[in-house]
Design a protein around this ligand. Structure first.
Ligand code: GCO
Length: 461
């Protein structure tokens, strides 16, 4: 039976705005989420991340619990406006100290930190100066990256530039359901996407300059598919569809983000599709964007469709039969098999080791009569995904880590606190943390380096 590599990176992932709270403390500047949450009807229940899990004050307790659960690595993000209240210029030393202390405390507990520079909380001051539409935005991000890496780079070696830039572009700048809530024209939002790509490249350059032994990646969010059957023509149809422009959701095409990042050019089919709206690429832009990276980071939640080959081999979407797949509370189909295909195809196309930086199950978890939170569906979801990752590893695909989304229930963006995704339950009234059954189960998976996946977690039921 294949096992996970000895140095496999097991752990949890989280993001600053979703857990920290302390939105107005210790000199932090406003970010676009602080402002967006105050807009009427923007967030389910009128919620905000003002307090969230209050991790800013309770981080010790959280890190102790992580350690108790055998966590090997923790993916956290920096709230840009906490360290640079105006987005650039004067540093907020108290904000910076928070992250320095956090990183030290992780290392003391034997937990390797992985830092995302941007997980959606954009400084409001920079938004007022044009935000990602501004041609200056890549340099703003580069300066912010340089600051963070200068302060943390002696202790943090794993870096991510952007988290899901397609979501920032689409939800933030196309349909307006996320901060900053804009609805831009296609030409404008493609400019946003291009500036984000440029900022990624500039940040990689800064990280390399200030942290010599860093390992760096970017986390896209894009659509991949599952072959309708094991016939070679269906597999090829699903693979080629995964790497072509997704006409129903073009900004969620893998190649739109990854071909520039890994190959130094936009994909031809997408450029044809966008026509005159495609971003103007200035000389040197692609050289900036296409910086060597060390791994491919990927967030996997689901694959929406199965794809088969039509009469001429062309990709055909299989109709989604009602009940085709079980779904999570977010209505995401549960499709672990898609994780196998994604790891395999991404590796075959781009050649980098893969690390899963998010994967998790949204549920309406309850404290039950015995005072515990039983979440067998999350255990089953996670186990099935891990088994698919193991299948990829057994075929020689270098999958080097898995960071479960997420440690504790937290602010789920436009859905407020309605959806619970953590392995630790957060009581939002008392802020008490209660490890769910899944936390105990996953602790054993991490402790045994995945060997316990062969046990039936429901054997005693
Ligand atoms: C992301 C988001 C996560 C969500 C996740 C779970 O990076 O995708 O930060 O916030 O919580 O999609 O539903």
């Amino acid at each position: 039976m294949t096992s996970f590599p000895r140095d496999f990176i097991w752990g949890f992932a989280a993001a600053a705005y979703q857990i920290e709270g302390a939105a107005y403390e210790d000199g932090k500047g406003l970010n676009t989420w602080d402002v967006f949450c105050k807009k009427q009807d923007a967030i389910d229940g009128g919620h905000s991340g003002d307090i969230a899990c209050d991790h800013y004050h309770r981080w010790r307790e959280d890190l102790d619990l992580m350690q108790k659960l055998n966590t090997k690595a923790y993916r956290l993000s920096i709230n840009w406006a906490r360290v640079l209240p105006d987005g650039e210029g004067k540093v907020n030393e108290k904000g910076m100290a928070f992250y320095e202390t956090l990183v030290d405390a992780l290392l003391e507990r034997g937990i390797t930190p992985m830092v995302s520079l941007f997980h959606w909380d954009y400084p409001f001051a920079l938004y007022c100066r044009g935000g990602w539409l501004s041609p200056d935005s890549p340099e703003w991000f580069a300066k912010y990256a340089a600051l963070v890496v200068k302060r943390l780079g002696d202790r943090v070696k794993l870096w991510l530039t952007h988290n899901e830039p397609s979501c920032v572009t689409h939800m933030g700048h196309v349909n307006g359901t996320h901060a900053p809530g804009l609805q831009l024209s296609r030409m404008e939002y493609l400019r946003v996407a291009h500036n984000i790509l440029l900022s990624h490249g500039r940040a990689v350059q800064e990280i390399r300059t200030h942290c010599k032994d860093s390992r760096i990646g970017i986390v896209p969010a894009a659509c991949s598919y599952i072959p309708a059957s094991s016939k070679p023509e269906d597999i090829e149809a699903a693979r080629s569809y995964t790497f072509s422009v997704q006409e129903h959701a073009p900004i969620f095409s893998y190649t739109w983000w990854l071909d520039p990042v890994y190959r130094g050019h936009y994909p031809e089919d997408a450029l044809r599709f966008f026509g005159k709206d495609a971003p103007k690429v200035a000389p040197g832009d692609m050289e900036t964007i296409c910086q060597p990276l060390d791994f491919h980071a990927d967030n996997y939640y689901f694959s929406e469709y199965r794809i088969g080959a039509g009469p001429d081999g062309e990709p055909v979407k299989m109709p989604r039969v009602p009940g085709y797949a079980q779904t999570t509370q977010c209505d995401f189909p549960i499709t672990p098999e898609g994780l196998y295909w994604r790891c395999k195809w991404i590796y075959e196309r781009y050649g980098l080791p893969v690390i899963i930086t998010e994967n998790g199950h949204q549920n309406n978890d309850l404290i039950m009569g015995d005072g515990k939170v039983h979440d067998p569906a999350r255990i089953d979801y996670t186990r099935n995904h891990l088994l698919m990752m193991r299948r990829a590893i057994s075929e020689g695909i270098p999958v080097i880590g898995y960071l479960h989304w997420t440690f504790m229930d937290n602010f789920e963006w436009a859905l407020g606190y309605k959806i619970r995704v953590g392995m630790v339950y957060t009581n939002y009234e008392t802020l008490e943390r209660i490890p769910k059954d899944s936390a105990r189960w996953y602790a054993r998976v991490m402790e045994t380096n995945g060997a316990s996946l062969d046990e039936n977690p429901f054997a005693n039921d």
